[in-house]
Design a protein around this ligand. Structure first.
Ligand code: NAD
Ligand code: UDP
Ligand code: UDP
Length: 320
């Protein structure tokens, strides 16, 4: 790539599930990548294969503290994403979302960098509008166990739009729906990783509640393509924009599919539904189609094949 086209790109949370795939894609496009991570939920293993690349740099740093670097673009992904992880230290979760956003926005302001925020479908809370469109303002409990994440992410969105209005920053806000694929943490309690590991080990598959709640699952490569298209979209398009796969499944259907695909003898067991667990979730992706010409291409079965292979390999190596 010509040096004039090569950008210096900061990815916070770059050693996590989504961040590591993003770093890989950006390097593949010929950019220089600075990965910043405090390794709370991410790991060096996720980016081990990138460490020898002269265009890749890793910095151990917590985004709740200021960061002075020179970059052209910032993807702000730093934040634990699974309920088990973000509820482990809820105050740190809010700090990461809010102080992290302030620091990264301050950095973007100083170096005049374009900045992307990994927001979430959780800003819609337990939605009363279905499927969710970006103009729906949400139904979020401000004081429950999920609030540190939901409200932290909502406040981060507020900060992004205020920095745009007050300081004319170039911002891009993606509302990400449930995403799965290789490098998901095997013990993070998310449904896809839990079910695959349980099925492969022949352990009971844990359905929370009656299993009739729904989610829409996006394969990681589709999502990362959406991130990059959003970052490269015209300056007047800020989002928020939903990025996710509109295919909607009940959690029981997901369990049955995984049992079938792994040929597992696991049985379904029922456990209590966590507090504030959303009953349904499906993105309306009309805006992403129109503005980014983006829609997912990987069907659930295909994505699950890759993900099952990944976890099977981890288990063979005694790592899950
Ligand atoms: P992840 O937990 O695998 O990655 C998060 C990364 O951020 C980890 O590497 C972690 O160590 C790092 N991190 C956490 N706190 C930090 C801090 N204070 N300073 C520096 N680094 C810190 O999660 P993920 O699934 O890759 O999610 C990435 C982003 O996407 C998150 O912001 C998450 O909220 C958002 N998101 C993910 C999903 C999903 O389905 N995976 C859905 C919606 C939104
Ligand atoms: N900041 C940072 N890196 C920079 C510039 C700023 O981490 O390169 C942090 C800084 O510590 C500050 C925050 O970003 O707390 C917000 O910066 P801003 O300039 O918006 O606000 P101010 O410094 O005026 O409080
Ligand atoms: N879930 C489940 N069994 C599990 C893990 C999760 O039934 O072992 C359910 C959970 O209650 C929720 C859905 O699966 O309804 C998705 O959970 P996840 O934690 O993956 O994501 P989120 O709730 O943040 O969408």
């Amino acid at each position: 790539m010509k040096d004039t086209l090569r950008k210096r790109i900061l990815v916070t949370g770059g050693a996590g599930f989504l961040g590591s795939h993003l770093c890989e894609s950006l390097l593949g496009l010929g950019h220089d990548v600075l990965c910043v991570d405090n390794f709370f939920t991410g790991s060096r293993d996720n980016i081990l294969h990138l460490l020898g690349n002269p265009h890749f740099e890793l910095l151990r740093h917590d985004v709740t503290f200021p960061l002075y670097v020179e970059v052209d673009e910032i993807y702000n992904l730093a934040c634990p994403a699974s309920p088990i992880h973000y509820q482990f230290d809820p105050v740190q979760t809010t700090k990461t979302s809010v102080h992290g956003a302030i620091n990264m926005l301050g950095l973007a302001k100083r170096v005049k960098a374009k900045i992307f925020q990994a927001s979430t479908s959780e800003v819609y809370g337990d939605p009363e509008v279905h499927p969710q469109t970006e103009d729906y303002v949400g139904h979020v409990n401000p004081i429950g166990p999920r609030s540190c994440y939901d409200e932290g992410k909502r406040c981060a969105e507020t900060l992004f739009f205020d920095y745009r209005r007050q300081h004319n920053l170039s911002i891009k806000v993606a509302r990400i729906f449930n995403t799965y694929g290789p490098r998901m943490h095997p013990n993070d309690g998310r449904v896809v990783s839990n079910f695959i590991v349980q099925a492969l080990k022949g352990q009971p598959i844990t359905l929370y509640g009656d299993g009739e709640q729904t989610r829409s699952f996006c394969y990681v490569s589709d999502l990362i393509e959406g991130f990059i298209r959003l970052m490269d979209s015209p300056d007047d398009f800020t989002g928020p924009v939903n990025l996710g796969n509109p295919g909607e499944f009940t959690i029981r259907q997901l369990a049955e599919k995984i049992i079938e695909m792994t040929g597992s003898s696991s049985k379904l067991v029922y456990q209590p539904l966590p507090v504030d667990d959303p009953r349904q979730r499906r993105p309306d992706i009309t805006l992403a189609k129109e503005k980014l010409d983006w829609e997912p291409t990987i069907h659930l079965e295909e994505g699950l094949v890759h993900t099952i292979t990944y976890f099977d390999d981890l288990l063979q190596r005694g790592l899950a």
